[in-house]
Unconditional design. Structure first.
Length: 332
């Protein structure tokens, strides 16, 4: 099963974790837009695929249809601003996705469901060592790995965790958390926006510093922060649960809309699902499991919804199919 359909450790709060290493080849211009160099880099990496292992296959963006591209973006495997001439190396489980010729020559990404940041790091480090042994990677004795962006120089490591924080949001503590994390030198952003407002109570924490600090320190620091945030979110949910009738009413009203709506816009679905997931995780809602919630989160997105039904759908028809899909999963 693909990682984004799984329920991992501490998945009541941590939806997923991600490790990214940015690397460049020494003898090529960084962020090159030269077609000859782009093809040379791709051919060089492709010819060494057997030595990398992990059943990676190469996919060119220019050969993908629009829905496939959007599906990969919705899964978080590629950024929206990925270059049209880029390609990716990806395995069947899609927990390893290496972007070639985008901002850097090589952007190694490893994903996992739940709070598995150490396991994701260990796998990413294992692959990174193979990359270093196979290719002439650009690095400096003084600065470490050299990257297109100065902010990634050093380790070239960005560690991320995506968290569901409805308790901290509803108790009004989310701004305090944001300020604290920023003071610790971490990025803290809302994952989804609608009309400039954060929707769905889903946030992402990641490190800012990559220079003058070791890879293991980056991961361990982020792990400690995430664990503290998990503790605070669970405490906030306990506070909400003291007024049980009000909380259950909120959860079951949203569940009622999910199960009975004839059409649902994406923004409405992501908002409703936040309270429903909290109800599942608190044991207040038995009609769903965390795995079913993960599947709904995945399939409510426009491209993956259309791929699920094997149809190109206009927005209005997507809203109808989204409501239909949610009811189907709940009944499974």
């Amino acid at each position: 099963m693909n990682w984004y359909l799984q329920s991992g450790k501490n998945s009541d709060v941590v939806l997923n974790t991600q490790i990214t290493f940015s690397r460049n080849l020494r003898n090529y211009k960084f962020a090159t837009e030269n077609p000859k160099e782009i093809q040379e880099i791709e051919n060089l990496i492709k010819s060494n695929l057997p030595s990398l292992g992990y059943d990676l296959k190469l996919l060119k963006l220019k050969d993908m249809d629009k829905l496939t591209k959007m599906s990969l973006i919705e899964k978080g495997l590629m950024p929206e601003d990925i270059k049209e001439y880029s390609s990716i190396l990806i395995n069947n489980e899609e927990n390893i996705c290496i972007i070639i010729n985008s901002n850097d020559h090589i952007e190694l990404q490893v994903f996992s469901a739940g709070m598995e940041i150490e396991n994701a790091f260990n796998l990413a480090k294992e692959i990174d060592e193979k990359l270093n042994n196979t290719f002439d990677i650009a690095k400096s004795k003084k600065y470490g790995y050299l990257t297109t962006s100065p902010t990634n120089v050093g380790t070239g490591l960005i560690a991320k965790a995506t968290l569901h924080l409805p308790g901290l949001t509803k108790t009004g503590n989310i701004r305090k958390i944001s300020k604290t994390l920023n003071n610790f030198g971490l990025n803290f952003i809302g994952m989804y926006l609608s009309n400039q407002e954060i929707v769905g109570d889903i946030y992402q924490i990641s490190n800012k510093q990559t220079l003058g600090i070791s890879e293991s320190t980056i991961v361990n620091n982020l792990k400690a922060i995430i664990e503290k945030t998990i503790e605070q979110e669970r405490q906030a949910r306990k506070i909400l649960a003291k007024n049980q009738i009000e909380l259950e009413d909120l959860i079951y009203r949203d569940f009622g809309i999910l199960t009975n709506a004839r059409k649902l816009k994406w923004v409405d679905a992501i908002e409703l699902l936040s309270n429903v997931k909290m109800g599942v995780d608190l044991g207040l809602l038995d009609e769903l499991t965390d795995e079913k919630v993960a599947k709904i989160y995945f399939l409510i997105n426009p491209a993956n919804l259309q791929l699920h039904y094997g149809q190109n759908l206009e927005a209005y028809d997507r809203d109808i199919k989204r409501a239909e899909m949610i009811k189907q999963i709940i009944k499974e």
